[in-house]
Design a protein around this ligand. Sequence first.
Ligand SMILES: Nc1ncnc2c1ncn2[C@@H]1O[C@H](COP(=O)(O)OP(=O)(O)OP(=O)(O)O)[C@@H](O)[C@H]1O
Ligand SMILES: [Mg+2]
Length: 503
Amino acid sequence: MDDVLLEARDIVKTYGGTRALKGVNFEIRKGTVTTLFGENGAGKSTLMKILSGVEQPTSGEIILEGEPVTFHNTTDARDRGISIIHQELSLAPNLSVRDNIFLGREITGAFGVDYAEETRQTRALLQEMQLPIEPDTMVADLRVGQQQIIEIARALSVDSRILIMDEPTSALAAAEVQVLFGIIHELTARGVAIVYISHHLEEALEVTDHAVVLRDGTMTARGERGDIDLDWIVRNMVGDNFDLGSPPSGYEFGDIALSIQNLRVLDPENPERAIVDGLSLDVRKGEIVCLYGLMGAGRTELLEAVAGRGEVAAGRILLGDRELRNQTIAERIEYGIGLVPEDRQRDGLVQTMSVGQNLTLSSLKDCIVGGLLSRRSEGGLARRLIGEVTVKTPGAEAPIGSLSGGNQQKVVIGKVLATNPDVMLLDEPSRGIDVGAKGEVFRLLASYANRGLAVVYSTSEVGECLSIAHRIIVMRRGRISAEFGADATKEMIMAASGEAVAA
Ligand SMILES: Nc1ncnc2c1ncn2[C@@H]1O[C@H](COP(=O)(O)OP(=O)(O)OP(=O)(O)O)[C@@H](O)[C@H]1O
Ligand SMILES: [Mg+2]
């Protein structure tokens, strides 16, 4: 027991009427990885925010190496060797990568901030993370996955005894995850304790030494490496008989809903290079197509070009019979294109609005009665959507920021479904969604597909492709490198993406 570094005793946290944690006991041990599993809203992030000084417990004690401690803020916790990688990206977009990493703890010399030293250390961290970008790149110019790597690098730059990782890999592809796992092994070998949270259950199992399951603010199970497996986690998280399902069947696809022809999109950072390179793809009404590929394969750029967010260098996009060329994003929504974007913080949600306002934001025209916005029909729509996408919230009026990460993501999906699209594009929509809710989202998409919706679903999880897709398109360097039916295997799909397949 003497390897216990931190002990949380009987932690309670209430937010107004919500009891996020109902008396949780939790231990962190030296040189091990403790993984926290639990459904969306179970209280995982709340517990970690308390251990890292972001939030204060309503009651309960934190004992660090035998001594009771109180963290008034993150600096207190950091001074005691506890750092956190946040679930929601928290970088300052208008600062460089280097300035973000050293924000609030600049390296100073005789002449003020020692930028040369900061740049040197940033470069070393980026190298360790195998991210080939320059330290003075603006964060706003980075993709979500790259930002996530910077978040990790920032936490690594502090010498921590306890490193909390709340969904560190939600925007990373398998290869980047393996880089992180290599780093986790090095850290634990040096005695650092890691707390790991993820809804990529199989991936999380790979690094888990101790597993803890939270359910509704209470700890319901714990297990040790060797005694636990995927079944154990799922059973303890959501109960027995769980299945992600299979692609919807029993109907014929309709006409071509979306036709992408020889599409070319240039890399904004390097216009010599095509990030989508002459790609053609037809999707029929009722069909669910999965896009699988590594980070940088061009999936996001493809979807954004269709949705009207990116510039098209060549090629054609047809929505039914209508050619999409110069229409704005709003016009394309009107015509029937819906996009669940990669970055929910930046593009998906308005942080100052409520859950209900966010849900109905893109479909307010449906709530106009007699020329006026009807609050009543807006409220009705919001309530229907909350039920349909199973958002866990005290009500439609709750601020969006008070929802757990996964529930915010469900709001983004609901908001797009509310626009009644003909073609729905989803870019890594399962980011942060728990297995149970993922099953719900899949069933929802399947039922819409059954009624004629064409779906393009981009993911870095092979298992998702196999559970939802009629057809799997593997992208590699801006092109389609392979195409499979629903009978493909994980190994086939991963191999076609250029990913090393684990033996
Ligand atoms: N600032 C806040 N104000 C009000 N309620 C909050 C706040 N932060 C969290 N909650 C509530 O506390 C509960 C636990 O949320 P938490 O973010 O800890 O869940 P989680 O387990 O991390 O879920 P996820 O897997 O979706 O990230 C939820 O019901 C959430 O809505
Ligand atoms: Mg969370």
